[in-house]
Design a binder for this molecule. Structure first.
Ligand code: PAF
Length: 293
């Protein structure tokens, strides 16, 4: 496995791989790699011949009062994880490599960035889409891999790639969860043991939502209300949003028909966690027909 700290080094190694006819995969990360990233790297090694993992804590996607400075950084552990998961190259540029001068060129996806996290993190998605465009231009991957855990990010990136005719495929991999249901995240490191317990209320609220939908409930206000009740059991939990939205437009919906994305952002103490599931409602008649078949 190689390590490239500059764009020039990365391009040199990647173009040699491309010249050898290899299919290039990119797993963009901000480091502090965990089981979720490992699943992305493994998916990439399964589908591609040469896998690049970028590690860059991107300053432009953090708001002024967010955790850029304290975002977990662990280069040694990241390198071991990449090596063990079969990555071929780590691209780990400095901020001055990625943003050489004052940055005045941005990539912005409208509409899809207005709801959910976009409402609470102004400028966040502009930072993500801009840095991903840079990474796509530097690495020129055939496929880039993202996690479903950041559902809005994945949908926004897919749309950017389609709208700007970028020549790559986006693959979205399932959320990896701890055995007790907590979605794996770099920010879980911030949680105290007490907060870690409270964080389980998030996946419990999804389980309740799924149970109600299975029982025939489709009213989103009611479903969200029951999720709120579960999360409110923790005095440390501050709900930023719980939303049920269309899986393509990310607009709020009132009644579930077919598939919907249930997404939330909740602060446990000072740690902001996000998670989501996709639910689908099938009318009883359809369910019966399927069973009969
Ligand atoms: O999901 C992340 O870790 C980041 O948002 C990404 C895609 C690496 C861009 O900085």
């Amino acid at each position: 496995m190689e390590l490239a700290g500059t764009i020039r080094q990365a391009r040199k190694s990647i173009s040699a791989a491309r010249a050898a006819g290899k299919r290039i995969g990119l797993v963009p990360t901000m480091g502090a790699l965990h089981a979720g990233h490992i699943s992305l790297i493994e998916e990439a090694t399964g589908r591609c011949d040469y896998v690049v993992v970028s590690i860059f804590v991107n300053p432009t996607q953090f708001g002024p009062s967010e955790d850029f400075d304290k975002y977990p950084r662990d280069v040694e552990s990241d390198m071991n994880i990449c090596r063990q998961s079969g990555a071929n190259l780590i691209f780990s540029p400095s901020a001055s490599q990625m943003y050489q001068k004052e940055n005045i060129t941005w990539v912005n996806v409208d509409k899809l960035t207005e709801n959910l996290c976009g409402r609470f993190r102004p400028g966040h998605f502009r930072g993500v889409t801009t840095v991903c465009t840079k990474l796509f231009n530097i690495v020129q991957p055939d496929i880039a891999f993202f996690g479903q855990k950041d559902a809005q990010q994945a949908i926004v990136i897919k749309r950017m790639v389609a709208d700007l005719n970028m020549p790559l495929q986006i693959v979205v991999c399932p959320t990896v969860r701890e055995p007790d249901g907590l979605a794996v995240s770099s920010r879980n490191k911030y949680l105290s043991p007490e907060e870690r317990k409270d964080a389980l209320l998030l996946s419990q609220s999804f389980a309740e939502c799924e149970r109600l939908v299975k029982a025939g409930e489709r009213n989103c206000k009611l479903l969200i209300g029951s999720m709120r009740k579960i999360i409110a059991q923790s005095s440390e939990a501050q709900i930023e949003y719980i939303s049920i939205v269309d899986t393509e437009t990310l607009a709020d919906i009132d009644v579930i028909e077919g598939e919907a994305l249930v997404a939330l952002a909740v602060k446990i103490g000072s740690t902001r966690l996000i998670d989501n599931i996709i639910i689908s409602y099938q009318p009883r008649s359809a369910r019966r027909t399927r069973n009969e078949i």
